[in-house]
Design a protein around this ligand. Sequence first.
Ligand code: PRP
Length: 213
Amino acid sequence: MINIALPKGRLGEVVYDAFEKAGYGCPQIHENSRRLIFESEENGVRYFWVKPSDVAIYVERGAADIGVAGKDILLEYEPDIYELLDLDVGKCRMAVAAKNGFRYDAGRTLRVATKFPNIARNFYNEQSRDIDIIKLNGSIELAPILGLSDVIVDIVETGTTLKENGLSVVETVVPISARLIANKVSYKFHHEAILALSEKLAQCMQKKSEESK
Ligand code: PRP
């Protein structure tokens, strides 16, 4: 049995469909229930619905053998796991944004509000820019509007949240998408099963991208 941590929510549903198409379905999962664990003995898989930002913790500590996590979470927490596959879903980007018309002032410490302090610090370290990180937990867009920060480092998907709040992208930090990750010990001991699953998922993705051409 392979234990799989999936991110609860819309992304998780898209990802589960890919697993199902790859031959790892678990029919009970479609039942409208609040259960968090589903298994299919026939297909040798057990799924857990996990809060998206917690998937990497389950996988790193071995509570799940594999899982699906956003690249944002992997860059922020740097979990000790293997990244096996870019699933090409959940696509967005990590970006610096500010009030429309903002320009960097090299003479002042830049105040950066973010849910991703590690990503923001690494990004500005590379530019040797002096920054003050303000760690927030959500609604980051409020910070520059209320003068709490000069810029934000946050996820931008459609750009609607920025636009509706009078903000715009200053620069892109990194593109983001969902990744298939594996626990290092599980990868060693269930190597064939995990590799087979990863390859089948990759084939399904290839087929999907050819069909959409
Ligand atoms: C994310 C992100 C932005 C928004 C971007 O927020 O922090 O606020 O989505 O999406 P858009 O470019 O399509 O508008 P999330 O919904 O996760 O909420 P929170 O960060 O405010 O908690």
